[in-house]
Design a protein around this ligand. Structure first.
Ligand code: NAD
Ligand code: MG
Length: 398
């Protein structure tokens, strides 16, 4: 029996995850209807997506981008209404006609619309890991109070979700689970020396060996901060403390993560490294649909390797373990300082090892500050940590 048509808002539609989502959606005409698409500044890309998918609404970052898009859509005879700004993002995320929200904005900007979707009780396909890292408790509380469901999109968390018993709620611990093991590709600098990493350019850092992703998360993969943020994400999503979360480097990126049970069983989810698999899984859950991803050929892969991560060469991963153990505001501070540092690295204003140094200084300065009790307090902590990190950048440049 064909399920009811699902109506979608895709936040961050022009990004890597947004485009992969639309690719899967386009393979199933009649099953999904696109209600709203958003982008920050990419007017051309968003207009092209509106002409193709004909959403009721589109949202851009500012008034002039919205005016430019509106003029182009009207001229093309497209009836999409164009809005702009944070309030409009929250509105399309919480709109009564929408049942499913793909939260695929990059960075802290994704928090407010994700919380709006949570309060409105949507099915949230959560790619924006920063929401959970910054505001794990606040976001999960909003989900509980609003009656929202979270389906993880991050490939590791989607894999873990698939390896947990059916019906497992996010945010709740599962009895019988001994350990969760997140796999990491190791990124482009898996074998690089500290001296080589000192000279790393943004182009090298963004040339990921296995996954094609946006630039910010690509740099996070190169520093392994991405895996660190994912540890924190996993701790909130699956109710598991830091002591029962491990990372293993697995350069083939075929095993997307593993769950070890008390009885010695270890379950893993395998697949080719293509985000359309977790996206299709979450879109159709609990059913299964074609994602367009080529079937995995274990014989062609041949062998799977695993090794412990090197916390000396990848201090960002160590910092994330520390932030998770410290709790309170530490994960939010780590995320904010990292975003500032990564932007500076991408702009050519900070060397690669400086990212970890800025993040470490911000964590040390935040002491044992408590977590934000609501979105406003979380955003205050985020702003202060950013301003501290910018101060560090200025000191390093001086
Ligand atoms: P991307 O840079 O390719 O796209 C980001 C999207 O967000 C774009 O549509 C952009 O217009 C929008 N955006 C950027 N800044 C914004 C702002 N200030 N306000 C509103 N919108 C803004 O990023 P991506 O790689 O698609 O990643 C999106 C999210 O998914 C991130 O949180 C990332 O960590 C997560 N994720 C990505 C992948 C991947 O394979 N790309 C895998 C796992 C998780
Ligand atoms: Mg991931």
């Amino acid at each position: 029996m064909q399920s009811a048509v699902r109506t979608l808002t895709i936040l961050g539609a022009t990004g890597s995850i947004g485009l992969s989502t639309l690719d899967v959606v386009a393979r199933h005409p009649g099953r999904y209807r696109v209600f709203a698409l958003s982008a920050h500044r990419q007017v051309d890309a968003l207009v092209a997506l509106c002409l193709r998918h004909r959403p009721a609404c589109a949202v851009l970052g500012d008034a002039s981008a919205a005016a430019a898009a509106r003029a182009r859509l009207v001229a093309a005879g497209c009836e999409t209404d164009v809005f702009w700004g944070e309030a409009a993002l929250a509105e399309v995320a919480a709109h009564p006609q929408v049942d499913t929200v793909m939260a695929a904005i990059v960075g802290a900007a994704g928090l407010t619309p994700a919380v709006a979707a949570a309060r409105a009780g949507k099915r949230i396909l959560l790619a924006n890991k920063e929401s959970l890292v910054m505001a794990g408790e606040v976001f999960l509380r909003a989900c509980r109070e609003g009656g929202a469901t979270v389906l993880p999109i991050d490939s590791e968390h989607n894999a873990i979700f698939q390896c947990l018993p059916a019906g497992q709620r996010t945010g709740a611990a599962t009895p019988g689970v001994r350990r969760i093991v997140l796999t990491a590709s190791g990124g482009p600098f898996r074998r690089a020396s500290t001296a080589e990493m000192l000279q790393a350019t943004p182009e090298q850092a963004c040339a990921h060996p296995r996954w094609s992703m946006g630039r910010k998360i690509s740099v996070d993969s190169a520093t392994m901060m991405n895996k660190g943020l994912e540890l924190i994400e996993a701790s909130y999503l699956f109710g598991v403390p830091e002591s029962r979360l491990d990372v293993l480097v697995h350069p083939q990126s075929i095993v997307h993560s593993m769950v070890e049970y008390e009885d010695g069983s270890m379950l893993a989810q395998l697949g080719n490294p293509d985000m359309r698999t977790p996206i299709a899984h979450a879109l159709a859950h609990p059913e299964r649909i074609d994602s367009g991803v080529a079937p995995l050929s274990p014989a062609a892969v041949g062998s799977l390797e695993f090794e412990a991560p090197d916390l000396q060469r990848f201090p960002c991963l160590r910092l994330a373990h520390e932030a998770l153990r410290a709790g309170g505001a530490a994960p939010c501070v780590l995320n904010a300082a990292n975003e500032v540092a990564v932007a500076a690295f991408l702009a050519g204003d900070l060397r690669f090892p400086g990212i970890a140094a800025v993040a470490e200084a911000a964590l040390a300065a935040s002491g044992s500050r408590a977590a934000g009790a609501d979105v406003d307090e979380v955003l205050d902590i985020d702003r202060e940590a950013r301003s501290f990190a910018r101060g560090q950048l200025a000191r390093r440049a001086a």
